[in-house]
Design a protein around this ligand. Structure first.
Ligand code: FAD
Length: 447
């Protein structure tokens, strides 16, 4: 008997949906299982609700700016419940959009948890389904640290369901998720303490981004405790008491403690052993075609051993479908993937950090950078600075990396990423006429 499906996708998030739709476009008979809401982490617990909250967190400062620009109005107040209600309303709309998209693509949706019975068979809600090819796109979940009282902490998933706005929040973890929530809550008026075990926040980013964002956080009144680890959390009459040790030896009281200490792939109950799929530490081991140790089983997105970002999961999913069902030879290219931290001010990067370029090319690299206060802030009492840095290969003149902190960094870096991908040189940047007066014109006037 032939297989019921040419492709069965486990997980209806960014990677799974992209792959399923693309494979169906090539005429494959595709099934997809999702036990939760369609759209996965990005739509329901990640990028989208987070970005909406980032927007919400900017209005207080912008209203103050408006006064400096001559506007006058009564006091405005912020309603946490209203914000979350609006956010969830939008997420529900997006869930519906994904449902329609799958139906339109003729992908058969199974609402339930899928697990492997053997390498061609899955079980969903007691029903056995077999498929010629299987794609694992199960994403990940936040991992809590192991210290005493960590059960009293919440994760990023819970941030979108808090009934009340915490007046005091302690955030453990200075990666991008911890930093973004620190800025959101600070902008909304909460008192924020960020505890990070390493010397600098935002590991993996260029050092000027790491130091620049940390400085900005401090200027905004966020207490940043680097080089320090949370040891325990206890319930006390005054709130949750967090004991911190390291560079900062102290305790702090908070209404909510957020553990932003990394994520783990959703693989524990998937039955990978029954399918003979091998792991690379905690994630599914895949080759450049996202193929696992079983030739007909593939994995994309956060559960595979690559970069954990939505556009990467989508690209991997489409590349897989193009190759396996579209007869093309396509792989995801991991160089020059632009990435951002939606902190306040935001930061964004594409290409090599100064350190990585130095390690590869030694003294043969050139750095061009500027730090300035954009025109917008010339009338405001609030001063946010912008930093732009180019990492350039001395011999070939190729721009290897662009790093930026400041308003609209993510939008600007997304655009400049095209030039970097095309191998633009510093001379190409210099030959480009600036658009005045903008922040981005500084990219082409750096000398
Ligand atoms: P997911 O989107 O997590 O989808 C996996 C799906 O599989 C889930 O819906 C899950 O319910 C389902 N599933 C799991 N197991 C099974 C099973 N056995 N059977 C059926 N269904 C199953 N990325 C960015 O690019 N930009 C950002 O600004 C950004 N911000 C983020 C903010 C936060 C707070 C978080 C947590 C993440 C953020 N990310 C961001 C990362 C991004 O959300 C992920 O990289 C992306 O969602 C990964 O997509 P995926 O398809 O691999 O997994």
């Amino acid at each position: 008997m032939g297989s019921q499906f040419d492709l069965f996708v486990i997980g209806g998030g960014s990677g799974g949906i992209a792959a399923a739709r693309q494979a169906a476009k090539y005429g494959a008979k595709v099934g997809l299982a999702e036990f939760n809401r369609l759209g996965g982490t990005c739509v329901n617990r990640g990028c989208i609700p987070k970005k909406l909250m980032v927007h919400a967190s900017h209005f207080f400062a912008q209203m103050e700016d408006a006064r400096d620009y001559g506007w006058d109005g009564g006091e405005l107040s912020f309603n946490w419940q209203k914000l979350l209600q609006m956010v969830h309303q939008e997420l529900k709309r997006l869930n519906g959009v994904y449902l329609q998209m799958l139906a339109k693509s003729e992908v058969e949706l199974f609402q339930g948890y899928a697990k492997f019975v053997d390498d061609h068979t899955l079980e969903i809600n007691g029903q056995q389904i077999n498929a010629d090819k299987i794609l694992i796109a199960v994403g990940g979940h936040p991992a809590k640290p192991g210290f005493p009282g960590s059960n009293l902490t919440i994760t990023s998933d819970d941030m979108f369901d808090l009934k009340e706005q915490p007046q005091r929040i302690a955030i453990i973890g200075g990666g991008y998720i911890g930093v973004e929530f620190a800025c959101i809550m600070n902008g909304l008026g909460s008192e924020v303490q960020l505890i990070h075990r390493h010397d600098r926040i935002l590991g993996g980013f260029d050092r000027d981004i790491r130091t620049g964002v940390e400085e900005a956080l401090k200027q905004h009144g966020i207490k940043v405790c680097c080089g320090s680890e949370a040891q325990k959390v206890e319930e006390t009459p005054g709130g949750l008491k967090v004991t911190v040790e390291g560079t900062y030896n102290q305790t702090c009281l908070a209404d909510v403690v957020l553990s932003a200490t990394g994520r783990r792939p959703n693989l524990d109950r998937l039955g990978l052993d029954s399918a003979g799929v091998e792991l690379d530490e905690l994630q599914v081991a895949v080759n450049k075609y996202n193929q696992t140790s079983q030739g007909h089983i593939y994995a994309v997105g956060d559960c595979a051993n690559k970069l954990n970002l939505t556009p990467v999961a989508i690209n991997e999913g489409r590349a897989f479908a193009d190759t396996v069902f579209g007869g093309k030879d396509r792989v995801m290219i991991y160089e020059n993937v632009p990435t951002a931290v939606f902190s306040t001010p935001e930061a964004a990067s594409v290409g090599m950090t100064e350190t990585a370029a130095y390690e590869k090319y030694g003294r043969g690299i050139k750095i061009y950078s500027t730090n300035f206060c954009p025109t917008y802030y010339s009338l405001t009492s609030r001063k946010e600075r912008t930093m732009i840095k180019l990492v350039v290969h001395g011999e070939t003149d190729q721009v290897l990396g662009v790093h930026m902190i400041g308003d609209s960094s993510a939008e600007i870096v997304q655009t400049i990423a095209i030039a970097i991908k095309m191998g633009a040189t510093k001379a190409d940047f210099d030959a480009t006429v600036g658009l005045h007066p903008t922040i981005a014109e500084e990219l082409v006037t750096l000398r």
